[in-house]
Ligand binder design. Structure first.
Ligand SMILES: Nc1nc2c(c(=O)[nH]1)N[C@H]1C(S)=C(S)[C@@H](COP(=O)(O)O)O[C@H]1N2
Ligand SMILES: [Mo]
Length: 241
């Protein structure tokens, strides 16, 4: 990002300096603008938070296209269950991503809806705790864009993540949920996200170990309480790198 853009942001940040009413958790995390005004709502607060994160926190390393793995390793060789296979046979037309919980505007999005949102691509490395890794290009929409659209309440702290697979659910704290590289992806290496890599929708959280990148994503629930985690929760909850 150019310095100019960055400065533009700072200015925008001062402009939204209003958004603070906002909530202790977020302000404790330093993600809420310093001055309060009723004029600015959750959306602006989230935007502010995302921008603060961008200027303040490190980004996961991005790679040149030449590093994309020819044969990315999938840690599964079968589909998660029969319900998944039924939906797959139907071309995932009835797949929905719900965004609910502490939001003013709950969402129930089809794949086409998700594809219609702000698009972001990254070439990053997925690193499994078992010791293997691969680089791929991932394309999707930032979780921050979804939370903004859903008008997530500013005082929320976590996003619980559910998928179609029994035994796997996880959660991100707001800092990771709003991180600009945290995406709900629908494409990998320019094609539809393959089933073995979590299609039709999966999280990508490139600043954390692979198990935080939940496959077969169906629901994001905004909450101010630490959600239950299983599957990925067998490992430590925070898997930052
Ligand atoms: N739903 C679901 N998500 C999941 C997993 C899984 O088994 N089920 N495995 C996790 C682990 S441990 C890793 S390392 C990555 C592997 O992603 P890949 O299959 O695309 O290589 O997905 C993560 N997300
Ligand atoms: Mo993993």
């Amino acid at each position: 990002m150019s310095k100019l853009t960055r400065r533009g942001w700072m200015a925008a940040g001062l402009g939204v300096a209003g958004a603070a009413g906002a909530g202790l958790a977020a302000s404790r995390a330093g993600l809420v603008p310093p001055i309060t005004s009723p004029l600015y709502g959750a959306g602006e607060t989230l935007t502010y938070a995302a921008q603060r994160l961008l200027t303040r926190h490190s980004l996961a390393r991005e790679f040149p296209r030449s590093k994309i793995a020819a044969k990315p390793f999938a840690n599964r060789s079968k589909t998660p269950n029969e319900e998944y296979e039924r939906r797959q046979a139907g071309g995932f037309l009835d797949w929905r991503l719900e965004v609910d919980g502490m939001v003013a505007n709950p969402l129930s999005l089809s794949l086409a809806d998700v594809r219609g949102l702000k698009e972001s691509s990254q070439i990053t490395q997925l690193i499994c705790e078992e010791g293997w890794s691969f680089v791929a290009e991932w394309t999707g929409t930032p979780v921050s864009a979804l939370l903004e659209l859903a008008e997530a309440a500013p005082q929320t702290r976590y996003v619980a993540c559910e998928c179609i697979q029994e035994g796997w659910k996880d959660a991100l704290d707001m800092a990771d949920a709003l991180h600009p590289q945290t995406l709900v992806t629908y494409a990998m290496n320019g094609g539809d996200l393959p089933a073995m890599h979590g299609g039709p929708l999966r999280l990508r959280v490139p600043r954390q170990m692979g198990y935080k990148s939940l496959k077969y994503l169906t629901r994001l629930t905004v909450t101010d309480r630490m959600p239950e985690s299983v599957g990925g929760g067998d490992y430590s909850w925070y898997a930052g790198m």
